[in-house]
Design a protein around this ligand. Sequence first.
Ligand SMILES: [Zn+2]
Length: 396
Amino acid sequence: MTTGTEMSEQPRSRRQTRAAILTHLLQSGGSFRPPLAKAVRLSEASLSRILFDLKAEGLIEEIRRPAPYVGGPTGLVSLDGTVALAGLELTSQHLSVGVGGLAGELHYSERVPLPKRMTSESVGRVFREALTLLREWTRRRRISLAQIGVTIPGLGRLSVSGNPIIPCDVERIGQMFGELCTDVPVAFTNSVVAHATFHRCRTHNYPFSDAHLFVFVGQGVAGTWMDDPNEGDALEPVELGHMVFEPGGPRCRCGHHGCVEAYTSLPALAALLGTTEAELLQLGSEWVTTIPLTSRTRRQLRQRLFRLGLAIGNTLNVKPCRGVVVSGWPSLLAEDDRKAIIDGIDACLLGGRTLARVSLAFVPPSNGNDPQAALAFAAFCLTRSGGMPAASTEAA
Ligand SMILES: [Zn+2]
């Protein structure tokens, strides 16, 4: 991790420059040369030299087409469609495995159900099964993978050995990748980081391009600090969903009681609406219109959203930040109901939301789209590395 302001003034390494170009292409979905040069702060001549290398390495492609501005025809640069990535996404019901491309296309996906009794051994066996499927599928088609991304709920510094959400031994699973997918770079991350990456790369007109807090409300509730891409590339999970509001409250899957997640996660919403999480996922965005809300339920819903707002506001009190993006079921509600989140933020944020100048945006939920988030994370790992394998040493 690097601290922003210094880095932007220091000369960038070859890897950092390549990473800036590739990540910009990933997040924009493609760019003409002049705006690309501007976005990554390079002269067109320098950009041209680097694009030549990236093209030769099969990482980008360029289509000549008329630019929508004065200056005549130029090249539309985008990430190469033939690069193959794999993603493995662990959810509370299954382990999803898939192969996809840099632009978000999905070539293959399979779901391996999790056992009823979850231990790190039984979850480990599910990983072995998914990896075997992945190896067979890629071998049969002679596809070599450029990067694998693995997402695990609750993964963090404290839980590498003992995950409080789903038991799994990340170190042993990592060794399994070494045996079954030799020579492919593998990166593990917390599920919320992967969903944040998914939205940042795949949401058209994503609301923020500078530093902000991404909040994901799904099977769990969690956040990610997202850096300004010109000042660093850190994606840091923040477990705001486990902020405890009532020590005697409902039990949370982390083992504690009264966490904000226990009131606002998708399973908690399902219980409030008298349905199941599976049914909610199946209804998708339709549940808002399909399931009628009594005034009592709506009141409770707003109380819970208010709590979510408090958790977000308190997070911003700890680390101030100007932008918040919320993804998940609250994004589907009418503005009137969503206002409870803003009220919650206002009620605890030092100086209030207006004085603190925090803007809030909603993006659609991405629950149930696994392994798309793991694939987006794999794409991000590849672009962030500048398309250079971690082991290769770089010229100074
Ligand atoms: Zn909890």
